[in-house]
Design a protein around this ligand. Sequence first.
Ligand SMILES: [Zn+2]
Length: 197
Amino acid sequence: MRADAVPFISNTFMIKDIWNDIRPKGQKATWHKLIWFPMHIPKHSLIVWMALQDRLPTRDRLQRMGISIDSVCVICNSLQETRNHLFSKCSIAACLWNSILNLNGMNPTNLAWEETVATAINSWKGKSLLTFILKIAWSAFIYTVWQERNQRIFQKRSRSAENLLNEIIDVVRFSLRGKNFNRLDSTNLNLCNVWGL
Ligand SMILES: [Zn+2]
């Protein structure tokens, strides 16, 4: 009996450990809906999943691991590259995200990373076109900023904020093409016009 029970117990512990591991500290894992939603793009979701857990190899983390590296953000060249900086306070990130909000007819925000995540968890609910656009655009935004950061470091190539915004717009268009929305709804009609759906 005991021998049979051992694998079961260790599996249970393992599942619990993994669960605790992937769950952000002090927060319910409600953010899974921000990542695994219909129309999500797996390669984007993976980067968002890592960003939410602060597991991307940002320069502050690499330094803490003892890797000797310049910790300045390669996008703004002024502040330390941390997850929170790269995806919220960095000039290009703030500009990109505010442009996306603006396309959605929403007011610009200057929220910190945690505040954006909390807002997303609390407000991006239901199956409205706006919710889908916000989720797709946010994932694409995180992915695009991370990709841009990597290109600047490893390939010494850089794109403008406008180019990055156009890439995000293309992702939203591509993800929602051929989908049916209630275009009689004035909010949806507006979104369709602005995003070219
Ligand atoms: Zn920066």
